[in-house]
Design a protein around this ligand. Structure first.
Ligand code: FEO
Length: 394
């Protein structure tokens, strides 16, 4: 393995997980894999910031060994308790049992409850510093970005921010830096990541960014714990986060639906035609061919959401359930929404959809469009008009 130097004396010692396709208990599809980024800072004292997922412990230790003997590590900074960054810690502590571990108070209790192992833990708060020699680490608590224990580490002399999960992407690559990868893919994965992990936390994201800007600390590189490192223009992802955190959307409609015998599909296509005729872009996703986390990623910058389902057992088709669960949990604020669908003798699907959209905090701007059995030509014209009216309300 060749050394990967992020800054002079600071090394990426993480692991790329090319195979993972589901994250967070199958709630997030990772079509492009991910990486678990850990950073080794070599100074008079040697510090490791974050670790990796346990099955990748050996790879992390091998990468560290390319730079220094792992037993020489003095400090381990744990920015976050979640297993993808911490479950290699017990393996590491077998090699360096006397290393001092740094993290927030919630991190301490979280690590104890995850790994049941002894460690020399020092609790830190925002503004606390750790001198390594020529370099100084400063800690910034980041509670609920995205767990109560979360923390950022800032390397003062290098203007390097190590924000753990924040600003990350689930993207496996042989490259490590933003200027080396396809920009569209990078931003698409960053958006999907934000939408599926941080969307309900927008006010806290905004507040944290404003707090860090208020500190007036120079930031010339942001190295998250997943995916690609932002070195060409680190403010690009910060600005994107501010846009997403404030629910700044574009005139675009996401249509997500499933159909039993094709009637709801005909409705979806006619509604799209109506939206398009008003000069507004619409994108269609059908369940189960599309997955919830991809659609959530696309809702991030879309102002309108239309959800359709045929009625079965007086409710929605079961394929929509994971999506509606995600929408209710992630609460995309400030979006306009409506429901549609065909039915045979009872039309309960649209009621269930509307209830979920309301619970997500969306504004239902039109009564649901419900059609009996197969739509007639006249009824398809009503669908087109439904799409036109919805587009005009954006
Ligand atoms: Fe919250 Fe990447 O773990």
């Amino acid at each position: 393995m060749s050394k990967i130097e992020v800054k002079d004396g600071i090394y990426w010692v993480g692991a790329v997980d090319w195979d993972i396709r589901n994250f967070h208990g199958f709630s997030y599809t990772t079509h492009r894999g991910t990486s678990y980024n850990a950073y080794l800072i070599v100074d008079e004292k040697i510090a490791l910031v974050d670790t990796v997922l346990k099955p990748f412990s050996a790879e992390m230790l091998e990468r560290i060994s390319e730079v220094v003997d792992p037993s020489k590590i003095d400090y381990i900074v744990m920015n976050h308790v979640e297993s993808d960054h911490s479950s290699a810690l017990p393996e590491l502590l077998k090699i360096v049992p006397n290393a001092k571990v740094f993290g927030t108070a919630k991190c301490k209790s979280g690590l104890e409850k995850h790994f049941f192992c002894r460690m020399d833990f020092q609790t830190v708060k925002t503004g606390d510093e750790l001198k390594l020699g020529n370099r100084t680490l400063m800690f910034i608590e980041a509670a609920m970005l995205h767990w109560p224990d979360s923390m950022f580490t800032y390397v003062k002399e290098d203007g390097l921010l190590l924000p753990n999960d924040a600003f990350g992407q689930h993207l496996a690559s042989s490259w490590r830096f933003d200027d080396e990868v396809d920009q569209h893919v990078l931003m698409e994965e960053a958006a999907k990541y934000y939408a599926n992990i941080l969307l309900p936390l927008g006010p806290l994201v905004k507040k944290k960014i404003e707090e860090i800007v208020g500190m007036k600390i120079p930031i010339n590189m942001i190295a998250p714990s997943h995916g690609i490192i932002w070195r060409r223009d680190p403010m690009k992802i910060v600005q994107a986060y501010m846009k997403w955190a404030t629910n700044t959307t574009e005139k675009r409609v996401i249509i997500a639906y499933d159909t039993m015998w094709g009637s709801t599909e005909k409705m979806a296509r006619a509604i799209l035609e109506g939206i398009r005729s008003e000069g507004v872009e619409a994108r269609i996703y059908r369940f189960p061919y599309s997955d919830a986390s991809d659609i959530i990623g696309d809702i991030l910058e879309a102002r309108g959401l239309l959800v359709g389902s045929s009625t079965i057992n007086n409710g929605i088709l079961p394929t929509l359930a994971p999506f509606l669960t995600d929408v209710k949990g992630l609460k995309p604020k400030g979006r306009k929404a409506a429901a549609f669908g065909s039915y045979g003798w009872m039309g309960g699907a649209t009621d269930e959809i509307e209830a979920a959209l309301k619970a997500a905090g969306m504004e239902i701007v039109m009564p649901a469009l419900k059609l009996n059995w197969v739509p007639t030509e006249e009824e398809l014209k009503r669908c087109v008009e439904f799409g036109r009216e919805f587009a005009r309300k954006l």
